[in-house]
Design a binder for this molecule. Structure first.
Ligand code: HGY
Ligand code: MN
Ligand code: MN
Ligand code: MN
Length: 412
C-alpha cells in the first residue's frame, strides 16, 4: 500500500471536528463557520502535498498538480465535504480525502504525470441548507442559474447568493466556475456505498455502472388555519391532511412502478404549527429516484394527480409545486470502469459492478467528462445518520484503487 492509514484516519477525524452538532452526528452546512474551517484544513493539506490551490467562484477547492503537458485534459478526482443534518463523517469526505492521499502519494513517489491532475473538494452537494443539491458540480458544468442563487433559501430565509457573499464569494461571478467539455478527461469520485450490498457480499470495492435519476420537488399546500376544537371535520381545509394523502400517493406509486424506484418525504414544515390549530400551510419535499427516468416521472405524475384531486374536491385548498432538482440516470464510462476494475485486481481486491441509489456529483460532472464512481462498504448499510461508518482499512482499499487508476490515466 502506498497510502497511509494513519493519515487517512487523521483526515477523517480532523474534518469531523468541524461540526455544528457535536454528539449528534455531523452537521456541516455550506458557507457556514464549519465549512470555513474544513476548507482551511483542506487547502492547507493540499498545499503541503505540493498542489497549486485555488477556490473557484462557487466555493469548490481545486488543488492542481501540473502535468508535463500543462495543456492536456485534466484527470480530476474528489467529492463534497458538506453534510446532511446530523449525518456521518464519511459521506463526501471519503472522496475528498481520497484526493488528498493520492496527491501525497504522487508527491512522495515523485510521480510526474503527463496530464495535469486536479483534486477537488465541493460544497452543497447535499442541498441540506438551501435545497436542490449537487451545487458545486452544477456550477462547474453550467447547470446553475442566477435564479436559483436568488431564490433558494435556508431555514432563516437567507438566499444561496447572500450566503455566498457573506462567505466572501461573489455570486454574480458564479459562471466563472464553469469548466468546458474537453478540459477534463476523466472525473473519478470515491464515495461510501451508503447501502448494504458490499458488506453483505464481503466485497471490498464497488464499481458503479449507473447512478439513479432524481427528481426533488417542493410542494406547498395552502389550506385554512382554524380552531382545532370548533371546526367541524367537513368544513376544514386541512393542509397537513392533504400533504399526508399526497405523500401516501407518492409512496404507493413508487411501489407500483417497481424497478427499484423509491420516493421519500423527509422534510415537512407545518404552519402555524400548533397542536390546536388546523394546519393552514404545509411545505414538504418529495425525493423520487429510479434507474429508469420513466419511473421517476410516473411517480411525479401520480403526485400531481393527487394534488389536483384534493384541490378540486375542496376549494379551500390550493397547491404550488417547485422543481428543486432534476437529474437523469447516468452511466459511468466503460473505460474508466475497466481501469478501476483492473487496479482493484492488481491490488488483490475483490470488486463488484453495481448501481448507485444515491446521487453524487459525478453524475453531474458526466455533462462535461467521462466519469468513474467507486464505492467502499458502509457498516450495516447505514448513512445520513450518526451511525454512518466505514472501517479505515476498507476506506484505504478504495483510496488505493482510485490512486492507482488516477496515476494510470494521468501518465498515459
Ligand atoms: O441524496 C443523496 O443521494 C446524496 O447523499 N446527496
Ligand atoms: Mn449524502
Ligand atoms: Mn455524498
Ligand atoms: Mn454525492
Amino acid at each position: 500500500m502506498r497510502t497511509n492509514l494513519e493519515r487517512i484516519q487523521r483526515d477523517v477525524e480532523a474534518l469531523a471536528a468541524f461540526n455544528s452538532t457535536p454528539g449528534a452526528g455531523l452537521t456541516r452546512f455550506s458557507f457556514s463557520e464549519e465549512h470555513r474551517k474544513a476548507q482551511d484544513y483542506i487547502v492547507a493539506e493540499m498545499e503541503k502535498a505540493g498542489l497549486q490551490v485555488r477556490v473557484d467562484a462557487c466555493g469548490t477547492v481545486i488543488g492542481r498538480l501540473e502535468g508535463e503537458d500543462p495543456d492536456a485534459a485534466v484527470i480530476m478526482t474528489g467529492s463534497h465535504y458538506d453534510s446532511v443534518r446530523n449525518g456521518g463523517n464519511f459521506d463526501g469526505p471519503a472522496g475528498v480525502i481520497t484526493g488528498l492521499e493520492t496527491a501525497r502519494v504522487f508527491q512522495e513517489n515523485k510521480i510526474r504525470p503527463r496530464r495535469p491532475v486536479e483534486f477537488i473538494a465541493m460544497v452543497e452537494e447535499e442541498g441540506a441548507r438551501f435545497g436542490g443539491g449537487l451545487f458545486a458540480s452544477r456550477a462547474m458544468t453550467g447547470r446553475l442559474t442566477a435564479e436559483e442563487l436568488a431564490t433558494f433559501t435556508d431555514a432563516d430565509g437567507v438566499t444561496t447568493g447572500e450566503a455566498m457573499r457573506a462567505f466572501g464569494l461573489d455570486p454574480a461571478a458564479y459562471k466563472q466556475a464553469v469548466r468546458r467539455r474537453g478540459e477534463i478527461k476523466n472525473f473519478i469520485e470515491l464515495h461510501i456505498e451508503q447501502g448494504p450490498v458490499l458488506e453483505a457480499g464481503g466485497i471490498q470495492v464497488g464499481i458503479v455502472e449507473t447512478i439513479v435519476g432524481i427528481k426533488e420537488v417542493e410542494v406547498t399546500i395552502t389550506g385554512r388555519p382554524d380552531h382545532a376544537g370548533t371546526t367541524p371535520m367537513e368544513m376544514r381545509a386541512d393542509a397537513f391532511l392533504a400533504a399526508s394523502k399526497t405523500a401516501i400517493a407518492a409512496n404507493e406509486a413508487a411501489v407500483r412502478v417497481g424497478e427499484g424506484t423509491v420516493a421519500t418525504v423527509g422534510k415537512v414544515e407545518v404552519k402555524p404549527g400548533s397542536f390546536n390549530i388546523v394546519p393552514g400551510k404545509v411545505t414538504f419535499y418529495i425525493d423520487i429516484r429510479s434507474k429508469k427516468l420513466a419511473c421517476v416521472d410516473a411517480v411525479l405524475d401520480a403526485v400531481k394527480e393527487k394534488l389536483e384531486e384534493l384541490t378540486a374536491e375542496n376549494e379551500g385548498l390550493s397547491y404550488e409545486l417547485r422543481m428543486m432538482l432534476a437529474t437523469d440516470p447516468v452511466d459511468t464510462d466503460p473505460h474508466v470502469c475497466a481501469a478501476l476494475e483492473q487496479s482493484a485486481r492488481e491490488l488483490g481486491l475483490s470488486s463488484k459492478r453495481m448501481l448507485s441509489g444515491a446521487g453524487h456529483d459525478a453524475m453531474v460532472m458526466a455533462d462535461v467528462t467521462d466519469i468513474g464512481l467507486v464505492f467502499v462498504p458502509s457498516r450495516g448499510g447505514r448513512s445520513h445518520c450518526p451511525e454512518e461508518w466505514t472501517d479505515y482499512d476498507l476506506l484505504q482499499n478504495g483510496i488505493e484503487t482510485v490512486c492507482a487508476t488516477v496515476e494510470k490515466l494521468a501518465c498515459d
